[in-house]
Design a protein around this ligand. Structure first.
Ligand code: CLR
Length: 385
């Protein structure tokens, strides 16, 4: 039944929301959605999904051969997908519409050093509002690991589903004990948001993404129900050794479900990954010198909107949301009048990314270049200790 999962009073507005999605394409972040589908969390918090198993991230730094490192990178990457793409269904019953970050919105967090895995820090900044672009860094200094990336989305509507093309990429830099560095280019899967008709959206991944570096070109193919395994959330990862890029000799193939487990098909044997182990949510940290959260830090900026949504006080939520949006519009207006631009705090935009270009070529990744947001290495004091 249409709108089965939608509160009766909101079925009309759900239908008009779907119609407005169907008739627009590109950026649906600014569309007004019925209250039952609103998430209290801003997109600036999403990069934390990259590290909810900090010990798997740390294992990349502990690996001692190229092949072991490439497998550790793949395992960490696959193990993040369940959190990235199914966790809202688990915590809130369906996929929801996240808060649309303001330009300059910030989020800082950390995962503590436990069992010798080292301390891992997270820093996020909304580097563009129109279109929305989020840049982030995740660093574990003691393991020599630094992930820098940004992401944006292009949405379209097809066959009753929202199709989300992810734009952007991440580069993982691994500092080796020898002092040299290894870099991995990571690209992102395509999303299909299904279940809209019923008002119970969920994500399936499609297409493929790449992990290129460390002597291998890795391609991850994503398939849902009815494709090669017949199961939802399936993937097949193929790591092909690159001649002249290190010692790796043989192809590795891994198959399974990214929300459950997977196993070696070629180049190894037995189980590969299993995401039933507990995950660890990031500890949010204030970025001010005092250790408090500043006005642009997401949990402070959206405090009353989030609270309103969590407590079903949608009147407060929508009043506070309009207040923030108006303030931001005023800020932009003043900047235009004065001929100034908002100064980003942590990133410098670059029109092309040499690491993306160089590694992307090995897998013939399109487009041949992408923007980069270069981290200025200015962690707040509160995360440095
Ligand atoms: C952001 C980057 C993360 C992975 C991720 C997961 C869920 C995606 C989100 C990204 C972007 C915004 C997104 C969301 C799911 C729904 C939401 C596409 C890619 C859209 C804007 C909201 C659609 C509204 C429906 C739920 C009705 O690493």
């Amino acid at each position: 039944v249409a709108g089965e999962a939608v509160p009766v009073a909101q079925r009309g507005s759900w239908t008009s929301f779907l119609k407005s999605i169907a008739s627009m394409s590109g950026d649906l972040s600014s569309l007004t959605a019925p209250s039952f589908i609103l998430s209290p969390t801003s997109l600036t918090e999403f990069p934390a999904y990259w590290c909810e198993r900090p010990e798997l991230f740390a294992e990349i730094g502990d690996a001692t051969t190229e092949e072991a490192r490439s497998l550790a990178v793949l395992k960490w990457f696959i193990s993040t997908l369940k959190g990235q793409y199914t966790s809202r269904n688990e915590s809130m019953g369906s996929e929801k519409k996240p808060l649309n970050p303001a330009l300059g919105e910030l989020f800082y967090g950390t995962w503590p050093d436990v069992n010798g895995r080292g301390k891992t820090n997270l820093l996020v900044e909304q580097v563009s509002h129109h279109p929305p672009i989020t840049a982030y860094v995740i660093e574990n200094v003691s393991k020599g690991l630094k992930l820098v990336g940004h992401n944006a989305q292009k949405t379209s509507f097809s066959g009753g589903s929202i199709i989300v093309k992810q734009i952007g990429h991440a580069v993982l830099t691994v500092k080796l004990p020898s002092g040299s560095e290894e870099q991995y280019l990571l690209t992102l899967p395509r999303l299909r948001i299904d279940g809209l008709w019923y008002g119970a959206p969920y994500i399936e991944l499609s297409d493929h993404s790449y992990i290129v570096g460390g002597g291998f070109v890795g391609v991850i193919d994503y398939k849902g129900k009815g494709y090669f395994s017949g199961k939802s959330h399936s993937f097949k990862a193929t790591l092909t050794p690159q001649p002249g890029m290190g010692g790796a000799k043989h192809e590795i193939i891994i198959e399974g479900q990214w929300n459950a487990n997977s196993h070696f098909v070629t180049g190894g044997s037995g189980p590969f990954h299993d995401v039933s182990t507990p995950k660890e949510e990031v500890h949010a940290v204030g970025g001010e010198a005092s250790g408090e959260m500043g006005e642009m830090e997401t949990r402070k900026l959206w405090l009353l909107v989030s609270k309103g949504i969590r407590e079903s006080d949608f009147e407060t939520a929508s009043r506070e949301k309009s207040r923030i949006e108006n303030e931001m519009r005023e800020r932009r207006k003043h900047e235009t009048e004065k001929g100034t631009a908002w100064a980003l705090k942590h990133f410098t935009p670059l029109a092309s990314d040499p690491v993306y270009e160089q590694l992307g070529k090995l897998a013939k990744i399109a487009p041949p270049t992408e923007d980069a947001y270069v981290f200025r290495d200015n962690w707040p004091e509160s995360l440095r200790a």
